[in-house]
Design a protein around this ligand. Structure first.
Ligand SMILES: [Zn+2]
Length: 678
């Protein structure tokens, strides 16, 4: 049988990929790769052209085969796919670990660096430096027994992390809320109520059934007048995969988290790092744990006073003490009263087609590119769209998929991922292709999908990641696009682009009432813009709570005491949090970013990169937000460079100085004296 995952077509053949293709394809690919790597590792006179280039090609092919699988597992999850996916995880992990731990390749890279280094282009030297560094971090040079322990820890980690995510997905999918009395849904938008009615019908039940997907959860805690409903959703959401709440103990991640932390710590110690956080920093823009903690605490000190004042004001507004499940609801009302604008009221003004159009115009104006839809690509779901991005001179730069809507068996949240990486090697070339995935409420009947402004910001954010991947000019896959970029700088392009979703000119371009075509009224627009700094203190301390929790559990793990997950969380909350949290809240149990994803000891990077993004955007504000020259310098210094240069150097080249935290505080409206509500 022809295996669609092994084809070398420009794009994955999504309509043909079946779960039974996955394991044979991965096994075939890995064994061919291993044979080739053996050959390369035995070359007596290794050179950049004969060793590094072919390895870059293998890197590209591996990603090219696996990317569609892990993508489908996330967006059209099924039992069959999940089983195939899981069966491959240990194979891939073992392969990557073997590759990363190859003594002969390590010595080949060092030989090449020594012999050819001086004659190589800077980007090639950088590639070698990265590779040598990563070999060290992967345990090359360790005695055999330690090396084996490291390998085992990594393999187990991959399985534990997948398990963590499955538990969250199962706990989420398994819970729903049934009501027979429409009055209990008062405050919720019509689309959600329609959807709930349809869901009840599908299950042969009367009334309405609400599920625990992210948009529903957010809508309920923000809009539902019924405190019972809000509390039920808050409880179900914040106890997912834990020992508390409606499915207590059924998909409990308590032990999984402990095992993950234990393996990470052990792996770091095998490499002579004191803890996992310090190990993680070896590849970051920040270098020491103290530097990160000091950065987070500096922001906390600047934001906490504002957060306390905001919360006190909110309780005064509500006329009572507030619980965690009340905060979103009253904040929305206060915001509406103060700015008379709500996320839901603005929805009709942000039909997705119009928003997309406006977003593309921003990219076109800033970067001189053109974006056009291409109906020819095979897709995994009829709602998915595909676009080409074209340079001013007509040259193709790359393409991207957009999978915009929430649906069952699709992972919640929004993200950009690499489908195909850019390469221009002696053997062959490829243009970059990205996945942009969101979870917006789908269209209904003749009505297009309508976004909240939060959704709009999310879309701009992911598109910013997309541009980083698509506008790269680096030829080597391992350091092209978002590859090889320091983790704490990876959110710079995404958060930078968010600024445009708040720009008055852009807001006019991306909005228009879906039925009447009326523009977003000027007054609503200026009120919307004013909301940007609304509760900036509260949202900053919330992010800092996640970031400090993540960083501390990885920095402070000890074999004797274990992870101390609940204790550290309590301490962090005492230090920075402002909103009271019920004792049964088990937020860490579904904190996939750090337990299942790549943000372990890296959640701080959101704030870190926000500082970079705010400061970079300030350069545009100084020169004009659509200034082509500034945009070109941004592309040249940062957006196109991938991991081919140091993140701090790149920033300094663009800005003419090091990043300054004050740009972010100013953007948040909390740059004045602490204690002042924005
Ligand atoms: Zn992001």
């Amino acid at each position: 049988m022809d295996n669609p995952l092994l084809g070398q077509e420009q794009l994955p053949q999504f309509t043909q990929i079946r779960p039974e293709h996955v394991e044979p394809a991965v096994r075939a690919m890995l064994s061919a790769n291993r044979a080739r790597i053996d050959e390369l590792a035995r070359l007596p006179e290794p050179t950049f052209a004969q060793v590094v280039e072919p390895l870059e090609e293998l890197h590209h092919r591996t990603a090219r085969t696996w990317s569609p699988v892990s993508h489908l597992n996330a967006v059209v999850n099924s039992e069959g796919l999940r089983a195939s996916y899981n069966a491959c995880l240990p194979l891939l992990s073992a392969y990557h670990t073997d590759l990363a731990q190859s003594e002969p390749l390590y010595s080949a890279y060092r030989t090449i660096a020594e012999r050819e280094g001086a004659g190589l282009a800077p980007v090639q030297r950088r590639l070698l430096d990265h590779a040598v560094r990563d070999f060290r971090l992967a345990g090359v040079g360790l005695p055999a027994e330690r090396k084996q322990r490291f390998k085992t820890a990594m393999l187990e980690l991959a399985q534990l992390q997948a398990r963590f995510e499955e538990n969250v997905l199962d706990a989420t999918n398994n819970w729903s809320w049934h009501v027979d009395d429409l009055a209990e849904l008062r405050g919720l938008n019509e689309m959600l109520i329609e959807q709930a009615e349809r869901r009840a019908r599908e299950r042969n039940r009367s009334g309405w059934v609400l599920s625990l997907d992210q948009p529903t959860y957010v809508a309920v805690v923000t809009d539902a007048e019924s405190e019972t409903l809000r509390r039920a959703f808050y409880e179900a959401w914040s106890t997912r995969a834990s020992d508390q709440g409606p499915s207590a103990g059924r998909w409990d991640n308590t032990q999984v988290m402990e095992e993950i932390l234990k393996r990470r710590h052990a792996a770091a110690q095998l490499l002579d790092f004191p803890n996992y956080a310090q190990y993680a920093l070896a590849t970051r823009m920040a270098h020491t744990t103290d530097e990160v903690l000091a950065f987070l605490r500096e922001l906390a000190a600047a934001a906490r006073g504002a957060a306390q004042a905001e919360f006190a004001e909110l309780e005064t507004f509500a006329g009572r003490k507030l619980q965690a499940w009340d905060v979103g609801f009253y904040a929305e009302r206060l915001q509406r009263e103060r700015f008379s604008v709500s996320q839901e009221q603005l929805r009709p003004y942000f039909p997705l087609p119009r928003v997309l159009n406006g977003l593309f115009q921003v990219a076109e104006r800033l970067f001189g590119v053109r974006i056009q839809e291409n109906g020819a690509a095979p897709v995994w779901h009829p709602d998915v769209r595909f676009f080409d991005i074209i340079a001013a001179d007509g040259a193709a730069l790359g393409s991207f998929y957009l999978d915009a809507y929430a649906r069952p068996n699709k992972r919640s949240g929004a993200w950009m991922d690499e489908c195909v990486g850019r390469k221009r090697l002696a053997s062959s070339a490829a243009l970059p292709v990205a996945y942009l995935v969101c979870n917006f409420l789908p269209p209904g009947g003749a009505r297009p999908a309508l976004l909240t402004h939060d959704d709009v910001v999310t879309l701009f954010h992911e598109f910013g990641h997309g541009l980083h991947h698509l506008l790269t000019r680096v030829d080597y896959p391992s350091i092209a696009g978002i590859n090889g970029v320091a983790w704490d700088a990876v959110e710079l392009p995404s958060q930078f682009l968010e600024n445009y979703a708040w720009n008055p000119q852009v807001l006019q371009q991306i909005s228009g009432h879906f039925a009447s075509g009326a523009p977003l009224p000027a007054e609503a627009q200026s009120r919307l813009i004013a909301t940007r700094s609304f509760h900036a203190g509260l949202s900053t301390v919330r992010q800092l709570e996640f970031a400090l929790f993540d960083f501390r559990i990885h920095a402070e793990y000890s074999e004797a005491r274990g992870g101390r997950v609940p204790e550290v969380l309590r301490e962090v909350r005492a230090e920075v949090a402002v909103i009271p949290v019920p004792p049964w809240n088990r937020f860490p149990h579904s904190f996939g970013h750090i337990f299942a994803g790549g943000y372990a000891a890296g959640y701080y990077s959101y704030k870190w990169a926000e500082v970079l993004a705010a400061d970079a955007f300030a350069a545009f504000e100084e020169n004009g937000v659509f200034d082509r020259g500034t945009a070109q310098r941004f592309v040249d210094a940062i957006l196109s460079r991938g991991g081919s240069r140091d993140a701090l150097e790149a920033f300094v080249e663009f800005r003419g100085r090091r990043p300054d935290v004050r740009a972010l505080l100013k953007q948040h409206g909390i740059d004045g004296a602490a204690g002042q509500a924005a």
